[in-house]
Design a protein around this ligand. Sequence first.
Ligand SMILES: Cc1cc2nc3c(=O)[nH]c(=O)nc-3n(C[C@H](O)[C@H](O)[C@H](O)COP(=O)(O)OP(=O)(O)OC[C@H]3O[C@@H](n4cnc5c(N)ncnc54)[C@H](O)[C@@H]3O)c2cc1C
Length: 481
Amino acid sequence: MTPAQRAVLADLDPVLGGRGISTDQAVIAPWLTDWRGRFRGRAAALLSPADTGQVRAVVAAAARHRVPLVPQGGNTSMVGGATPEEDGAAMILSLRRLDRVRRVDAGAMQATVEAGVILDRLQAAAGGAGLRFPLTLGARGTATVGGLVSTNAGGTQVLRFGTMRGLTLGVEAVLADGSLHDGTAALKKDNRGYDLDGLMVGAEGTLGIVTAATLRLVPAVAARTVAWAAVPDPDAALALLRRFQRAGDAVESFELIPADTLAAALAYLPAARAPVAASHPWHVLVEATSPDAERTPGTMVEAVLAEAMDDGLVVAATIAADERQADAFWAIRDTLSAAERARGPAAQHDVSVPVAAMPRFVVEAAAAVEARFPGTTAGGFGHLGDGNIHFHVRAPAGADAARWYAEDAPAATRFVHDLVVAAGGSIAAEHGIGRMKAGELDRLGPPSRLAAMRAIKAALDPLGILNPSKLMALAPSLPRP
Ligand SMILES: Cc1cc2nc3c(=O)[nH]c(=O)nc-3n(C[C@H](O)[C@H](O)[C@H](O)COP(=O)(O)OP(=O)(O)OC[C@H]3O[C@@H](n4cnc5c(N)ncnc54)[C@H](O)[C@@H]3O)c2cc1C
């Protein structure tokens, strides 16, 4: 431990007490690796404040002694965003003990919750008030509100309700000097200049520590219809989505799945059955909901699918007969990431392009990658309606995983990212930049955007103590402690 780190702990000992500080490496170890197991770091201490006041004390002490902090929620980051660096300079700042649901206002349809509240608890709290928090994702049992805000998380309902940016009405955050910004009043109109709350969304812990947020709730689902359709190609899938959207705003999920990814999921879930013949080349999972039990979306879904079938946009389709079957369809979708991982080594990319360009991109990019890297197989699945897919390049059969990841995968990733940029897209659609993509953002980010980001970082975190090397690896000019 460095003298500066020792000084931080001495300052914080009377404030945080026994539960708030751990230097026991056995306790810290699980938090030093990311969810995918791609990054590993070191940290002299795990700091676990219990409330906003204690977070302020932690940040102030870190600033005083120039010790970097790596904020951490559920540690489900897909890009190594919450993993400290190998040099051991930083301490982990865990927000998991800030876990109070401060207020659910059913009338205003808002909830103010602390950063450590886990997503499924937030969903339950909203449900308890007869409402719903409409963002969900596979890590809902672990991911926290602070992490969701800080990564501007997406998920499967973005089509209708937007990402965390659209659902976050106000943020309480501790700034890099220990001062507090409190935006939880969530004023509907507030034109006092820069949108500080908005800046914290998607900042990946590099501009402030989110301690609480006021979030938008929506009416609970009273009826839902889940359908599975086989389509000839991604163009047909997008045309089908447009027809659903013209029929109203009931559709909230529209997921594209190629046949080989579906086959992998079915192999991974032996009890699962393909909703329609798995031999069709492309599939979509559609969910439409209604807040009114008397007006189920089933009739609309059935009518759109029937017409699309007549027009050749859909080759086979089925509507889940009951909730159990609907859950079975979703179980297939929810297992795609794990099933893809089980197929072997792969370079995975969370990318977006303009929605209208996605059908062409997903087909042409796969062909271009396979031609450029013989033996690989490539393809994408996911949120077609958001122009966001998870695009995987799988190693040639029999490839040595360690060698492939070290030598070939980075070249494949650069190639994919170049294609994305050429298509006018983003190399980080919903998972963020973290440690994994910092170099690529530096390489590909438009210079004007990078310069503005560096200026904001330097202004809000002049000492560079907040999550150094994440996102802002592109700010080498910042003074390092
Ligand atoms: C199985 C699985 C499925 C997933 N599916 C999706 C998906 O569909 N869509 C999607 O968008 N993401 C998805 N993710 C990624 C992940 O769940 C999200 O990024 C989530 O928002 C991270 O929350 P967390 O609490 O685990 O944050 P962490 O992983 O702990 O941290 C994420 C980032 O936020 C920062 N951070 C965390 N808490 C704070 C805070 N209080 N203040 C400031 N900074 C903070 C960290 O430093 C880090 O940079 C998935 C992950 C898994 C494991």
